[in-house]
Design a protein around this ligand. Structure first.
Ligand code: ASP
Length: 433
């Protein structure tokens, strides 16, 4: 085993150890005040949250510099439009496939048919008001770009940065100088990503230990029907749909692709946030898989916001499950509405933990299912959130590769090199005399 590959393995081991320790705490020390205060809500909470903040810290500057470089690198506005349109349509298509697949499998397996609601303690679920879909489109244009950057509003940032970079292209020499600077800044930011990834073993360990000490597997038992159907659909979509798309449209070996995406998968799983994972997804696609920045800089942040295949799958299964529990018959029109609503809802919501439930409330309102039913699945949602976030970012990366293949912006020699872009061990430069 080389020194280089050992970081991903270290993160994986840390993840496993965190999961085991967290589960042990959940089973044996749930009411031990010392362990709860000093470890779960102390050490694990502090280091885990600090690590998530360190990842989030990278998102806005990295997306900004990277997107400026991407747009200036394409250099041609019609090509930019083409990449935008292709990725948008592919994102809609993959989400459509995901929700249809989930509905198909869930209707066939019928989770929730024999569910005894009386024996369950549903957690109260109060749906947050969701913005009307018209607002989603209006709000793509930031009234105040500084506020957009400050709040990390991804669609607004993408809109403003693209406009700014197009203007840079139009201003000739001045714009070129700025683009050179952005390129240097982007390179440095990528290095910051590498630095943060070096701390991942400890960060991931604490995140997993904290989550699993709170989310015991006991919660899953009564919900096993729903839980396993969601997981089955996630696997079918990730290993089936994505593999087919990668093989035939991106002309890539899915096994190599999944291996190279492993660090991004681990980050997505432990943070449950596509947004916080953007830097790692971007890095994996550019440095490990060989997608040029001109494509990835645009498709990855866009995908983190508008593309959520895993979330759509959860919504499909949850809808069928709750309809079965409440013995409500859904008709074809309602199923079509569910498909449309899931796609639309994913466009307007950011990839952050738990947002899928808010989207689900939008779907339920639309088809007339009881929103309080969401309380039933709330207890197991965090674990499913972690898994579906992995599928969400895999969808972003798959579409990125398909678009890159079409644009001829993928370097197969990087893809075929197992060592390409592995994170080096931390070696801080020493000051020389
Ligand atoms: N946590 C998911 C993501 O960030 C969204 C969700 O399903 O709640 O992609």
């Amino acid at each position: 085993m080389t020194k280089k590959t050992s970081l991903t393995n270290k993160i994986l081991i840390a993840m496993g150890l965190g999961l085991i320790l967290g589960s042990l705490i959940n089973i044996f020390a749930a009411d031990q005040t010392i362990i709860q205060s000093y470890f779960v809500n102390g050490l694990f909470h502090v280091i885990g949250s600090a690590f998530i903040n360190a990842l989030k810290m990278l998102v806005v500057p990295l997306v900004t510099f990277s997107l400026i470089c991407g747009v200036c690198g394409i250099g041609d506005i019609s090509a930019l439009g083409r990449i935008g349109l292709k990725s948008f349509l592919l994102y809609i298509l993959t989400t459509g496939i995901a929700i249809t697949l989930a509905l198909g499998i869930a209707i066939t397996l019928a989770p929730g048919k024999d569910f005894n609601q009386q024996q369950q303690h549903a957690t109260a679920f109060v749906a947050k008001a969701s913005p009307p879909i018209t607002d989603v489109f209006i709000n793509i244009i930031p009234g105040n770009p500084i506020a957009a950057f400050a709040q990390g509003n991804m669609l607004q940032i993408i809109f403003f940065v693209i406009l700014f970079a197009i203007a840079m292209l139009m201003t000739g020499e001045i714009g070129r100088q700025l683009a050179d600077t952005a390129e240097k800044l982007n390179e440095v930011m990528m290095q910051v990503v590498t630095l943060v990834m070096d701390f991942a073993p400890i960060g991931v360990f604490c995140l997993m230990a904290k989550t699993f000490s709170e989310q015991g597997f006991a919660l899953i038992v009564p919900m096993i029907g729903y839980f396993s159907v969601v997981i089955l659909c996630l696997f079918v979509h990730a290993l089936g749909t994505f593999s087919v798309l990668l093989t035939f449209f991106a002309k890539l070996n899915p096994l190599v692709f999944f291996r190279k995406m492993r660090p991004a998968h681990i980050f997505a799983f432990s943070t449950a946030s596509s947004n916080a994972t953007i830097p790692v997804t971007l890095r994996a696609l550019e440095k490990r898989i060989g997608v040029n920045n001109t494509t990835a800089a645009f498709t990855v942040p866009l995908g983190a916001t508008i593309n959520m295949d895993g979330t759509a799958i959860m919504q499909g299964v949850a809808t069928v499950f709750i309809a079965n529990v409440y013995q409500i018959d859904l008709g074809l029109t309602q199923y079509i509405t569910i498909i449309g609503m899931s796609i639309l809802a994913s466009i307007g919501t950011a990839g952050v933990p738990g947002v899928g439930l808010i989207m689900l409330a939008m779907v339920f309102n639309q088809v007339g299912l009881p929103v309080e039913g969401i309380g039933l699945i709330l207890g197991v949602d965090r674990l499913l959130d972690m898994l579906r976030t992995v599928v969400n970012i895999t969808g972003d990366a798959t579409v990125t590769c398909i678009v890159a293949r079409g644009e001829n912006t993928i370097d197969d020699s990087i893809f075929n090199d197992p060592e390409a872009g592995t994170v080096p061990e931390l070696h801080l430069p020493h000051k020389t005399a």
